[in-house]
Ligand binder design. Structure first.
Ligand SMILES: Cc1cc2nc3c(=O)[nH]c(=O)nc-3n(C[C@H](O)[C@H](O)[C@H](O)COP(=O)(O)OP(=O)(O)OC[C@H]3O[C@@H](n4cnc5c(N)ncnc54)[C@H](O)[C@@H]3O)c2cc1C
Length: 459
């Protein structure tokens, strides 16, 4: 008799796991049932801001594989609009509610993949029945916002609450749609994923784009009129708006897992081992935004909800379920984004994270151009490096700059992943031609500066 795999969540982690398992085990050997409560499978939430702004024309462009493709080409039983409401580990069953047809089903599993993603952080004041308030996690969330923006009366003002990368990307998207956008951030600066000095460059670019940034300001409530959000309430009084986007971060969606007794780690994500098995629960796997993972530099557990990890973790789970061997070795915190044409990249630890992990370090900031100074289009790029003292090992890097800035972080990520010192890095054989870099690449200039800073301290 075929074994049975049940997958909860039909996006990056869940469908990567299901697809890999199917590649290794045919339908006679493994039956695969996927429950997805939304309307889409295998979609790119990362593309939502570009759909909202109009750079991407429709949700179908953000979908890699439809439920029908998984059914016909991958022999999976994909149950859309089915929300899993309970996991019974003793009976090895899940309970799912049919959100459209009504009714409930119980389905047996041998293996279970928990890939229910994350949920937007929603403070009590955001718990409202007013229309026009949106968290952002799934393509359904993006579709709901898009429908609100397209419907009459068309919103003219937007408030984005929270200045993480999702808040920043959504603010830009809404400006590009022609709305007047205010971004409210409780701390001193938006873009706290980079150090304050680098975040200020991002804030400047956002202001240049026309976003009003209000920092050190807390939201305490929402007002509504005729069932629609009408204002965001702050300590400084109400701020009128026609639409609110919550960018307050996300937390692992563990409600079902917690109820079933899965182990939850200190970050709030499900604990998993390197093969994405949930410890102590044979045949139970978890991946993606729902889990916590190891930070390879700090050695601490972290919750880093990114698509790049969800895909790799799901793949590892699926290979293992399929009878192979794969591990997910942890993360180093690499991420990129942009505000208009200003690119932002980071990898490893920020200063505050390096401090919290107990490292002694130096940090340097180097300014140079992205191309040879005389070549058309040469623009400034700021590279910040954080290096352990006295070893010189690279602990973290951040880049803010115009064209060709963001993907330079990958060079630094590879160096950091492989434990290189800034001294080793000064000799890296990086490509040079005037249209692509100055003769000393910005990465090399920063590495030399870090070497000098370390030497000055030890003199
Ligand atoms: C606006 C935005 C921009 C982003 N940009 C980037 C980027 O540039 N780079 C990057 O690496 N990452 C980015 N991300 C993050 C990335 O999208 C997520 O990390 C990734 O989607 C996580 O995949 P996942 O499969 O773990 O979870 P999800 O994609 O959240 O999928 C989980 C699925 O589970 C379903 N589900 C939940 N509960 C149940 C239940 N009880 N029953 C049935 N189904 C359920 C949900 O409907 C959802 O479809 C972005 C996210 C957003 C919102």
């Amino acid at each position: 008799m075929a074994q049975r795999l049940i997958v909860i969540g039909g996006d990056a982690a869940g469908m990567s796991a299901a697809s890999q398992a199917r590649r290794r085990r045919g339908r006679d050997d493994l039956e695969i049932v996927v429950f997805e409560r939304g309307h889409f499978t295998s979609y790119s939430s990362c593309g939502i801001p570009y759909w909202i702004s109009g750079v991407v024309s429709g949700p179908e462009e953000l979908i890699t594989r439809t439920p029908e493709t998984f059914r016909t080409q991958f022999a999976m039983d994909v149950r859309m609009r089915h929300e899993v409401t309970a996991i019974d580990l003793e009976r090895r069953e899940v309970v799912a509610r049919d959100l459209e047809g009504g009714g409930e089903v119980r389905e047996r599993f041998d293996d279970l993949v928990y890939a229910a993603g994350a949920v937007p952080v929603q403070p009590p004041w955001a718990d409202t029945d007013a229309g026009g308030v949106f968290g952002m996690q799934t393509l359904d969330d993006g579709a709901a916002l898009r429908a609100w923006l397209d419907a009459e009366p068309q919103p003219r003002r937007a408030v984005v609450i929270g200045g993480g990368y999702i808040g920043v990307e959504m603010a830009e998207a809404l400006i590009e749609r022609g709305l007047a956008v205010t971004l409210i951030e409780a701390s001193k600066q938006p873009m706290a994923t980079v150090d304050g000095d680098m975040a200020e460059l991002v804030a400047e670019a956002m202001r240049g784009l026309g976003v009003t940034i209000r920092t050190s300001l807390r939201v305490t409530g929402l007002e509504q009129r005729d069932g629609r959000v009408s204002a965001v309430v702050t300590a400084e009084g109400p701020m009128p708006t026609d639409v609110v986007v919550l960018g307050l971060g996300v937390r692992a969606n563990t409600a079902l897992a917690t109820a079933a007794g899965f182990p939850i780690g200190p970050t709030g994500g499900i604990r998993v081992d390197r093969r994405m098995r949930v410890p102590g629960l044979p045949g139970v796997w978890a991946a993606g935004d729902a889990v916590e993972t190891l930070h390879r530099v700090s050695g601490m557990p972290v919750h880093v909800p990114l698509g790049t990890h969800a895909n790799k973790q799901g793949r590892a789970a699926g290979i293992n379920i399929g009878g192979g061997y794969a591990t997910f070795p942890g993360v180093i915190g690499t991420a990129v984004t942009k505000v208009c044409d200003l690119e932002v990249g980071r990898t490893g630890l920020r200063e505050s994270e390096a401090e919290a992990a107990g490292f002694e370090f130096v940090s340097v900031v180097a300014e140079s151009t992205n191309r040879a100074g005389y070549y058309p289009g040469a623009r400034m790029m700021t590279v910040k490096l954080i290096a352990e003292r006295p070893s010189g090992r690279l602990l973290g890097a951040q880049i803010v700059g115009w064209s060709e800035a963001a993907k330079r972080i990958d060079t630094l990520a590879v160096a950091l992943w492989n434990g290189m010192t800034v001294d080793d890095m000064t000799a890296l054989d990086l490509g040079y031609a005037p249209p692509y870099a100055p003769v000393w690449d910005p990465v090399l200039i920063a590495a030399r500066k870090a070497v000098d800073a370390l030497a000055a301290l030890d003199r």
